[in-house]
Design a protein. Structure first.
Length: 308
C-alpha cells in the first residue's frame, strides 16, 4: 500500500530557522516581526511528520479529521470541510436529542416509545418491530448505538417531535447551536436523502459534544452488543477491539457516503476524537481509523484550531 507523508511545516531545526529568516528579509526590529518569528520557530519545534497509508476510499467521498479532545486542536485533516453524506452518523444527533430529553425529564430510561406503521416500514438495518408495539428508551438507545436500527430512529423522532420532518428541523437547529455550520439533517436515521449533508469536522464537533454534554450516557457508545427478545445483537464498531482505549462511538454506511466512522479513544493521558468518511469497505475504513488514532497518539499536537 502506498504511503503518504503529510509535511505541513519544515521538520529539522535548520529548516525551521531558514524558513523563518527567509520570511522576514527586512531587519527584525519591530515587536510585531519578533512575535511572528517566535511563533514560526515555536511551530517548527512542535510540528512533525505523520506517515499515513493511503486509504482505500473514493476520492469524492473521502474525508478525515483527528482532534485532540482536550483542547480542540486538529492533529490531522483531509477534506474535513467538504460536504459528505452522514449515513448513520446521523443517529449521533438523534441520540443527542434523546439524552437531552432524558436530562430535562421528558423521558426516563423506562419510558415507552410507540412504534407507528411508518416507523415499522423503515428499511434495514432495523429491529423489525411491529406497528402498534412499543420499545423502552434504554433498549432504543442500545438499538441505535449497536444495531443502528432505522425503525427505532423514526419511532424516536415521532415520539419526541410528532413527526420525522419536525424532528429533522430540531436536529439541524441543534447542529447550529453546536457549531455544525455545514450540516443539514433530513431524517433521524441517515437513510438516503438528497437534503442530507455534513462534514468530517462537523461530525467531530458532534462527537465531542456527546462526550462533553452527556458523560452520564456516553457509556452506551462502548456497547458491542445487547440483548433483544432473547437474542444477542452484535454491533459493527470494530475499533472498540482494534484500538486500545477506544470507547465509541458510531459507524455508518449508505452507497452515497461509503463507509463512515466516528471514533473516540482515551489512552495514556491523551484523548482523541476522529472521523473517517468514504471508506471503500468496513475493514478498510477500520484499518485507516486505527492507523490514524495510533499514529496521532504517538506524536505531538499540531497547533491549528478545530473551528475554521
Amino acid at each position: 500500500m502506498l504511503s503518504m507523508t503529510r509535511r505541513n511545516q519544515p521538520t529539522s531545526p535548520m529548516e525551521c530557522i531558514l524558513s523563518a529568516v527567509f520570511r522576514f528579509r527586512r531587519p527584525l526590529f519591530s515587536v510585531l516581526q519578533f512575535v511572528l518569528l517566535a511563533a514560526l520557530l515555536s511551530a517548527c519545534s512542535t510540528a512533525d511528520t505523520l506517515e499515513i497509508a493511503t486509504p482505500q476510499a473514493e476520492p469524492s467521498k473521502y474525508a478525515a479529521i483527528v482532534v485532540d479532545a482536550e483542547d480542540g486542536k486538529v492533529l490531522y485533516s483531509v477534506a474535513a470541510d467538504q460536504t459528505r453524506y452522514p449515513a448513520s452518523l446521523t443517529k449521533m444527533m438523534t441520540l443527542y436529542l434523546m439524552f437531552e430529553a432524558l436530562q430535562n425529564g421528558r423521558l426516563s430510561r423506562s419510558s415507552q416509545i410507540p412504534v407507528s406503521a411508518n416507523a415499522a416500514k423503515q428499511p434495514a438495518s432495523k429491529l423489525y418491530m411491529k406497528a402498534g408495539t412499543s420499545i423502552d428508551v434504554d433498549t432504543a438507545i442500545r438499538a441505535l448505538v449497536v444495531k443502528s436500527a432505522n425503525d427505532v430512529a423514526t419511532a424516536v423522532a415521532e415520539h419526541l417531535a410528532g413527526d420525522e420532518d419536525r424532528f429533522s428541523r430540531l436536529m439541524t437547529a441543534k447542529a447550529r447551536q453546536l457549531g455544525m455550520g455545514r450540516t443539514v439533517f433530513a431524517n433521524a436515521s441517515g437513510l438516503p436523502d438528497a437534503g442530507m449533508r455534513t462534514t468530517a469536522r462537523d461530525m467531530a464537533l458532534l462527537s465531542l459534544a456527546l462526550r462533553r454534554d452527556y458523560p452520564q450516557y456516553y457509556s452506551y457508545f462502548r456497547l458491542k452488543s445487547f440483548e433483544y427478545r432473547g437474542k444477542t445483537i452484535r454491533g459493527h464498531n470494530k475499533i472498540l477491539d482494534m484500538v486500545s482505549g477506544a470507547d465509541g462511538i458510531k459507524t455508518g454506511y449508505i452507497k452515497a457516503s461509503g463507509y463512515n466512522l466516528a471514533a473516540s479513544v482515551r489512552r495514556n493521558g491523551r484523548s482523541l476524537v476522529a472521523v473517517v468518511m468514504g471508506g471503500k469497505s468496513g475493514s478498510a475504513r477500520n484499518e485507516h481509523m486505527a492507523q490514524l488514532l495510533n499514529a496521532n497518539l504517538n506524536r505531538s499536537s499540531r497547533y491549528s484550531l478545530l473551528r475554521p
